[in-house]
Design a protein around this ligand. Sequence first.
Ligand code: PHE
Length: 524
Amino acid sequence: MKAREHWSSGLGFVLAAAGSAIGLGNIWKFPYITGENGGGAFVLIYLICILVIGMPVMLCEITLGRHTQRNPVGAFRAVSPGSSVFAHLIGILVVLGGLIMLVFGSWGWGALLLVIGALIFRFGWTMAGAMGVMSGFVILSFYSVVAGWTIGYIWKALAGSLSFNTVSEAGAYFKVYSTNPWWGIGCHGLFMIMCIMIIYKGVRRGIERWSKILMPVLLLLLVVLIVRGLTLEGAVEGVRFYLTPDFSKIGARSVLIALGHAFFSLSLGMGAMITYGSYVSREENIFRSTLFICILDTAIAIMAGLAIFPAVFAFGFEPGTGPGLAFQVLPAVFHQIPAGSLWAALFFLLLLVAALTSGISLLEVVTAYFVDERRWSRHRAAMFFGFVIFLIGIPCSLSIHGWERVEWLHVPLVKVFQVSQASFFDFMDDLASNWMLPLGGLLISLFVGWIWGTKKAIEEIRHGSRNFADVHLVALLAGLRDDPSHNSPIHVLTLASLWGIFIRFISPVAVTIAFLFTVGWLKL
Ligand code: PHE
């Protein structure tokens, strides 16, 4: 067997993983959900979610990946016990759930759950990895459509056709543009080609090399846009709106939105970090890397808001407009600024760069599975599955403003699964963001915490970060971490024990609560 390719350095890994984390979620979504959920107060809650749940789960994924040196499916398989009572139990419960749904007449979901339950019973924890690979298909197919819009908008901005006086003008234009199949599907295809080309080249010469080029470009573009925004007259209003906490807008719902977004934004719950972690060598300090990746992701999200809100406020536009903020409000905002086309082009370039380094990580999860487990060549896997994802993305793109143009898909989906979402695009987004990712995150933390075991996981983390397990928290805060008297074994509150508690109890409970809320069994 060929030796597994590794990142050339710790920095290469951090940039690639931060590239995966930093994406449309940070620059397109974070600002508008912050706008809708009380500005600074929401940012605060989001930070807590990252610290208490995101970071521990990310460390789980990277540790599992590095230990097994495998894709998500292979990783779960490698450390699963021969048979797990817990997995059998879940399998049986899912089958029961399926039977209940059949009785209640929802035969599509019922039959699906029966099959899934049987698979879980048979393959156990490996199925958690399989779900990650499937999430790769689901997410990239709609992600790439949005990423495609940015390509078209860069072009349109440079051609000077993004000149709107009002948001409704820009909105009408966006609707026409995104429903045009040439632009919609063409640009989606172009984005997939870019992803395929990078993944085709492999870990070092593809992912790492491009992350090292694109991440600094991203940071530079963002800083330039922030400076431009902050120096506009009336910008302070925007900063105030963005960063002043308004606790009256915060409720249980906002907390759940923050939690869900923390997962999506850190690329957790589908094995992207397991896969990237599997290319890390034994000498790297993965605890420190996790810390850097989370800090970078959060900082960029917060900076994105600083690039957007001051400009929006400076020209008196509405901040709380939801998903349309980037494609409908901003073009109108840029039009007010001298050399607006240039700024608009730069902004959409920023979005494209962010989306590209995330898109490749999604394609890499799928590719790594077929390379490791099915013995495909990387070239063939990247091209073939890139194309498959392109095909799945076509109905996403066509259905963006409603099902009308994909009735052939709508009718069976309604018949079989009683789908109620407004479009196929929304269906895929909902499936991945609200179901597959949280479920994946729950399973990963349960698996590392209870099945593989924190003890073995910590042994793995110790390679390259010797004192992660032993540092007494108080000693660390006091700056005394190398002082032997402060690290005696009788201290129990070490970083490692804290991490163990987080992944065994706190994250599973938090995610389960979020889940019950999504299912509708918990009303808040
Ligand atoms: N983290 C990416 C973003 O914020 C999206 C993503 C999710 C990428 C899951 C990979 C895996 O846009």
